[in-house]
Every structure is written in C-alpha cells, then in structure tokens.
Design a protein around this ligand. Structure first.
Ligand code: KG4
Ligand code: ZN
Length: 394
C-alpha cells in the first residue's frame, strides 16, 4: 500500500488529505479536511488574493496536523507529500508548496509538485478505478474551460479551450449580476431550477463552429443586458414590461436578495409588471451554457479519436443540469459517462494526493526538487496551439 499526503491552496480553499492506493488497486481517502474561505471573501463578491494567501498561512499547518490526527497517523507513515504548485493565485500556491517542502524536509519524504489542473484531470480515476486512459475530459472550473484527451499520467492533449472567460467565471459573473453573492455557481444553479429556460433569449457563442473552442464573454454581457432591461421594465422607464404575471414579480422579491447597490425591484404598488424574473435569467443562462458545452464537447469527440469514456471534472462539474446533459451526450455516442462525486469536483486535497499517487506509481518516478518554483501559469498541454480570442486567459 502507498500513502500520500496532499495539500491544496491554489484559490480559496485550504485543504489537506491522506489517500492510499492498495496493492489490489483500491483507492481510499483515509482523511480529508477543507477550510473554506467563503466568509472572508463574501463581502468583496469574489476572491481577494491577499486575503486568501493570509488565510492559507493561518490554516494550512493546523489542517495538516488535524488530517493526520483524524487518520491516527503521523508524518512518518506517509510515502510522499504532494502539493499544488500551480496554476492559481500565486500567494496561496506558494504557501501550500512551501509548507509541503518543509514537511518533506522534516520527514525526509519525497516532494511531488502537482499541477492543480492535473489534480482535476485525474480525480475521476480516484472515484472510479475502472476508468482507463484515454478519456475525453471536460475540465470546467473558475479559471479554466478545456476539453482534453487524457492519454496517461502527464500526457494531455488539449483539443479546446476558452477564447475568453471560463465557464465557472461566467456562472460567478451571472450570480453577481443577479445579486446572488459569492460563491456564484451553486446559487445560479439553485435559482435556475425555479425559472423558465426559454424566457430570455440569450446567445450561444461559437455554436457550430469548426473547432471545439469555447467563448462565454458574449453570454455574460447578454445576461447583463437582460438584467438591465428587467430593471428598466420594472422601473417603468421603457415599454418592455407587460407580458408577465404577478407570480413573476413575486419571484423577484422572494428568490433574490438584491445587493445594497441595486434598486428594490418590487417596491411600489404601481410598478409595471416584469417581462421575466431573475430566476428566468438564471435558467436561460444555464441553458445557453449547456447548449454551448454539449455542442463543443460533441465536436471535440469527433476530433478525439477513440476514447473509453466522456468525463467531467472541475468545480462546474458539480452542476447537476450540466452533468445530466453530458450524460445524455455520452449515451447518444455510446460512451461511458464518468463524473466524480460533488466533493471531488470543487477544489480539494484528495485529488492532489491522488495525482501524487498516480505519479508515484510510474516506473520513471523521480521526486521534485525542493527548489521547485510555484507556477502561476502551467498549461497541461504545453504543445497546444495558442487560440485567438479577445481576452485569452487559458
Ligand atoms: O474547481 P474549482 O473549485 O476552483 C477552481 O479551480 O476554479 O471551481 C470553482 C468554480 C466556480 O466558478 C464556481 O462558481 C463553479 O466552479 N461551480 C459551479 C457549481 N459549483 C461550483 N458552477 C455551476 N454550478 C455549480 N453547482
Ligand atoms: Zn480547481
């Protein structure tokens, strides 16, 4: 049996986990702890890098000690220490990586510097030992939206990426526009479940285009315009209102808590009726995003060649509607569909420990140097051709 301690600190979760791989291939999460920083960042409506880095400093070592304690183990029991070494918010990455280096030095253990994206990319194999390479992976998180042919540990062929915003970013911005606060993805999903996905016409950027790349910036701008139009309609400053019901107005008041900067939309007995609700915007946005994801993934499957499964990972993979749509696509293509459990989709240290175990199991494994420098950017496929777009980030 091999045992790896994993540390994650690339964004707003500080996390530690102990994962083992048995001689029979059994994968076990012996212990894991996650300290979320949601409360610290909520007042700002997004992650503040400096606050995140300080919170990681305070939490990482106590979290590691508690995780070892939960499993009744000590540092001497682990075979290696794996930590996220990038990409991500560099201050946080450095905190986790330096902590791992200190533990590796103190315990005389190998250090394994993990690409956070590789953690996401391999996480489905932690949950599903039957998942074999190569598989087509949709990796959708707050910072990335990529389609990758995962061919082996350390072997990734990027078939597509976003030419502007990541999908999780689009969810987070939609949440902000609708006054749903932070973190945005789960809030948009909850509200979307109560809305009409056909109520607000929104664009599907790049739908049908020959390459499988993504674009979400235009969708986000359209959500903003839809929200502005709603505000104007409710305030009676244009003629867009009128086609709605009182329940639509009630939904505005009941399902949303407008941020302080926003006008109270439902005050006043003579306000015109709204053409649609916040929930309708959320549902229409989510449906537009799903239509893009399915069209682009179908195109990538055409380009991918033979694969064993269609797999989704990353924070956005926690979205049930997106999972269901991908499952439908996999069934249509006669492919297995694999999605890790929700807790393994959003950032966690078990996936980092697991990526460490995958690396450790390779014939040519060599520990990383204690000089390994944290990387703010670290593409999984360094050979991928750069994409052209308005604001390429990935
Ligand atoms: O993988 P992750 O935890 O962190 C990054 O590496 O970015 O992903 C976080 C992203 C956020 O943008 C968040 O809004 C999104 O995943 N997310 C969701 C859901 N849960 C998390 N997006 C849509 N629906 C969800 N249920
Ligand atoms: Zn992530």
């Amino acid at each position: 049996m091999r045992l790896v301690l994993g540390i994650e600190s690339s964004c707003d979760e500080t996390a530690a986990a102990l994962v083992s791989l048995g001689a029979d291939g059994a994968r076990t999460i012996l212990a894991q702890r996650i300290a979320s920083q949601d409360e610290e960042h909520r007042p700002y409506g997004g992650v503040v890098p400096e606050i995140a880095a300080r919170a990681h400093v305070e939490r990482v070592m106590p979290l590691v000690a508690a995780t070892l304690g939960d499993a009744g183990l000590g540092l001497a029991d682990v075979d290696a220490i794996a930590a996220t070494a990038g990409p991500g918010l560099i201050g946080g990455v450095m905190v986790g990586l330096v902590s791992a280096k200190a533990l590796a030095m103190a315990g005389d253990k190998p250090l394994i510097a993990i690409n956070h994206l590789e953690g996401h990319a391999l996480s489905p194999r932690l949950a599903d030992p039957a998942l074999e390479f190569p598989y087509l992976l949709l990796l959708a998180s707050g910072g990335h939206c990529q389609l990758l042919r995962v061919e082996g540990v350390g072997q990734y062929r990027r078939l597509a990426t976003t030419i502007d915003d990541a999908l999780g970013e689009a969810f987070d911005k939609t949440a902000k526009i609708l006054g749903l606060g932070y973190p945005g993805g789960p809030a948009v999903e909850r509200l979307a479940a109560t809305g009409n996905a056909r109520a607000v016409p929104l664009p599907r950027p790049l739908l049908g285009s020959a390459d499988p790349n993504f674009s979400f910036a235009g969708l986000k701008s359209a959500v903003l315009r839809a929200k502005d139009a709603l505000v104007r309609a409710v305030a009676g400053t244009d003629g867009a209102g009128g086609a709605s019901t009182s329940s639509a107005r009630a939904a505005l008041g009941k399902t949303n808590s407008p941020s302080p900067a926003q006008p109270e939309l439902v005050e006043g007995s003579h306000a015109p009726l709204a053409p649609y609700t916040h929930a309708d915007i959320a549902a229409s946005f989510q449906q537009a995003a799903i239509d893009c994801v399915i069209d682009r993934t179908r195109r990538a499957l055409e380009a991918a060649g033979e694969v064993t499964a269609l797999v989704v990972a990353g924070g956005v993979a926690a979205n049930q509607a997106i999972r269901a749509a991908l499952e439908g696509l996999a069934a249509e293509q006669g492919l297995r569909f694999v999605a890790p459990p929700m807790a393994l989709c959003t950032d966690n240290a078990a996936m980092i420990a697991w990526a460490g175990l995958e690396r450790l199991g390779q014939g040519d494994f060599a520990p990383d140097s204690l000089d390994f420098a944290a990387r703010p950017r670290w593409p999984l496929d360094p050979d991928a051709a750069p994409v052209r777009g308005a604001g390429v980030k990935a």
